[in-house]
Design a protein around this ligand. Sequence first.
Ligand code: UD1
Ligand code: CA
Length: 485
Amino acid sequence: MAKSHNSKAEVGSNPAPGNNGRFAVAILAAGKGTRLKSRYPKVLHHVGGKSLLAHVVAAATRLCPAQDVYAIIGHDAERVKEAMAGSGIGFILQKEQRGTGHALMVGEEALRNYDYVIVLSGDAPLISQQTVERLRDQHLHEGADMTLLTAVMERPYGYGRIIFRNGGREVEAIVEEKSLTASQRALQEINAGFYCFAVKALFQHIRQLGTDNKHHEYYLTDMAAILAKAGKKVIAVQADDAHEVLGCNTRQELAEVDAELRMKKCQQLMDSGVTIYQPQTCVIDSDVTVGPDTVIEPFVHLLGATRIGAECRIRSYSVIINCELGEGVLIRNGCVMDDSRIAAQAVLGPYTHLRPGCHIAEGAHMGNFVEGKKLKLGKGSKAQHLSYLGDAEVGEGVNVGAGTITCNYDGFGKYPTVIGDRAFIGSDATLVAPVKVGKGAYIGAASCITEDIPDDALAIGRGRQVNKEGWARRKREERAAAKKT
Ligand code: UD1
Ligand code: CA
């Protein structure tokens, strides 16, 4: 490792050469996010289908094991903790949020056993693994005490600006927006809010932070000037892409970052062989997967953990949440599908609604205004028009006529309807659950079925038709006679 640039610098700020040292990642996530004007903590706001913090945690755990990642939480800490449960990371409670510098003061106990700490901003979810690795590697390579990530921005408003020493790359100070002089305001190289510190130097000097600023907070950014003055090495690494460091402080920034993430996601999918027409109109969450040669039409939403097979077609205005689609599935326009599985070659829509727990088998068809809930629809079965199939198990090769309703709810409990293979359900049947329709059975149109039907039987449950000869003519004649008198 390179020696410190300054002979006054204390020897041993960094671990011995050849020793890469122990790394921790600290994620600043305690702030309220006042500018969002929200009931919820800033880091739990979503972009690209995941919370801001979940994106940053994902980047952090690609750098080091989850047990060395700490989120510093404070505002609505319980909710944040709950949202991140299962991530395996540690939490540090910053009860009062007295600034980004204060956040690390609070973290001292957990962090002082490491050699280095990488500080990530919990509200900047676009950061890439490569950029943080560059920050870390440059820090190690130069034997620095503080390395900060910067970016050049056309509109630097709101960000801290970097003051370099004598035009070089060593940093003298970071100046927050509100403290900028008129000439400093024009500086375009901003502090991205990502840092790498030598732990020893950080905690040796962190108590020098003061609150003599507009917000009366301890600014972590002031560590740059403090360390530089103490003869420590403070350097800057510039991000290649300024977009990566965008923070989400306002609803507008949330929208911008969301758009950025979604476009990136579409580009990845297109690179992997998916056709997306007008990708700027589609909303695809980060964790969604789509197989090659699938075509996604404009205004489609693919959300949550949705997984779509190869050679599917998803037509416009469909919203698919946490669903798994096999190969060659056709989703026509305007379907809404939640937490369901659809096997290969099935055809749905237009306007099919799958509520959670549906399992649509290979080659099955569901048509317009057909709603399913906990529906198992067997291979090749069809329900094409205007039906409700809830808590229903439908066998293979069944035809469900238009307007069929499973009456699964009696005001107290939910009951199942079971329909055997190759059954034929006439239009407008109401099936009062619990009820079973045997294999190969027929149900006459408009029947109300309240009893089980044996295999291969015909069930008719409706009033008999009566034709009254001449009734209508007589009625007309009576009325005409009444008018004359
Ligand atoms: C900060 C930097 C600024 C930089 C910008 C980049 C400071 C003083 N300023 O400004 O130089 O250009 O990030 O996006 O650091 N937080 C805590 N505890 C606190 C206060 C904040 O954990 O007591 C967390 C917040 O939740 C947030 C992060 O720290 O995730 C940054 O705080 P924020 O208030 O957003 O700082 P900026 O004004 O964006
Ligand atoms: Ca911020």
